[in-house]
Ligand binder design. Structure first.
Ligand SMILES: C[S@@+](CC[C@H](N)C(=O)[O-])C[C@H]1O[C@@H](n2cnc3c(N)ncnc32)[C@H](O)[C@@H]1O
Length: 331
């Protein structure tokens, strides 16, 4: 593969937010929902979405330039990427694209310099009370965030179910499991198991709006509240939100209520610092600004789990953005 010219690399990355911002807004105004199977000019899509025809043509042309929508003879049509922006797509990523463009998200990234200087979360400075308090206090942002987590999970759940055998467990807890999308998928592969979804009260309220009869919904704070005993605890992209000190506190609280022999399964990236083009290495910056969190190498995971009273059994790479880390309670 030929290397990109150095000047082009700087130009492309310095300006990457141009197209990124177009994607957020096109997702937000619902262009993909307005476009059916037949190609349409931007003027028709603008009339349906309350946007300016000329500006919309240019914004959609920029996205087509990046492989999202196809432009031919002045009309836009769907392609596989643009179809992921439709709300009715079972694997929709519309909310993920919207979430990345929410005002609070831009406010936090504006303060990346604060994180760079202090090593601390920029969300604490830019968003009153930090990320999860913001999502609680702004229900529409919270709803979009929770849906975004479902959207980002489509690529994770398949590889995860293929890599781990859940059939031997009776009670599987998904801790910080969002609206229960992963837990429901796991229970489908483990007919003898029941599930416990442990989440913040506002997220449990959203999860319960489409209840699953095999899931017990428990509202609480994983730093201090009692987490129901389970024989397997799953946490997908939760610990990466937190600093080492906070992560150890969460895991110690979980361990305090866990029965002997319980297992812990973290669906998290295991980063390779020498990799080029690694999504988790970029995702690490989102963790830095939002919650003083981080993506971790295998040895960092091992050290963290040790300090929280767990022993890492194995770390498995998976296709997609996460790996799997299995741990047991240390003797
Ligand atoms: C990055 S999301 C991951 C959601 C889900 N596991 C997934 O991967 O799709 C982190 C989750 O942790 C939950 N969370 C944050 N702080 C929490 C707390 N103190 N107690 C319980 N859950 C919490 C959030 O509500 C959020 O759903």
């Amino acid at each position: 593969m030929s290397e990109e010219h150095p000047a082009q690399a700087i130009l492309s990355l310095s300006t990457a937010y141009w197209a990124s911002r177009c994607l957020h807004l096109v997702a937000d105004v619902g262009i993909a929902d307005a476009l059916g199977d037949d190609p349409l000019p931007a003027s028709a899509l603008a009339a349906k979405t309350g946007t300016n025809p000329d500006a919309l043509h240019r914004v959609l042309r920029a996205l087509a330039n990046h492989g999202i929508f196809t432009l031919k003879d002045g009309r836009f049509s769907h392609n596989p990427a643009s179809r992921l922006l439709r709300s009715d797509n079972p694997a929709s990523m519309r909310s993920l694209a919207r979430m990345m463009g929410l005002n609070f998200h831009w406010d936090v990234f504006r303060e990346l310099g604060h994180s760079l200087k202090s090593g601390m979360s920029a969300a604490d400075k830019a968003v009153s009370g930090g990320l999860f308090e913001h999502l609680r206090a702004h229900p529409e942002d919270g709803r979009i965030f929770n849906e975004a987590m479902v959207g980002k999970s489509f690529g994770q759940i398949g590889p995860l179910l293929g890599a781990y055998d859940f059939t031997g467990f009776k009670t599987i807890g998904d801790i910080g499991g969002g609206v229960g999308h992963l837990l429901a998928a796991i229970l489908n592969t483990a007919p003898a198991a029941n599930g416990v979804l442990f989440e913040l009260p506002n997220v449990i309220a959203q999860a319960k709006s489409t209840p699953n009869p095999r899931i017990t919904y428990v509202a609480g704070d994983f730093f201090k509240d009692s987490i129901p005993p389970c024989d397997l605890y799953v946490m997908m992209t939760v610990i990466h939100d937190w600093s080492d000190a906070d992560s150890i506190a969460i895991l110690k609280n979980l361990r305090a209520h866990a029965p002997a022999g319980a297992r812990l399964l973290l669906a998290e990236a295991v980063i390779d610092e020498s990799a080029r083009g690694s999504f988790p290495v970029d995702l690490d910056i989102e963790m830095l600004v939002f919650a003083s969190g981080r993506e971790r190498t295998e040895s960092q995971w091992r050290g963290l789990l040790d300090k929280a009273g767990f022993k890492l059994v194995r770390a498995m790479p998976l296709a997609g953005i996460t790996g799997l880390i299995e741990a047991v309670i240390a003797p």
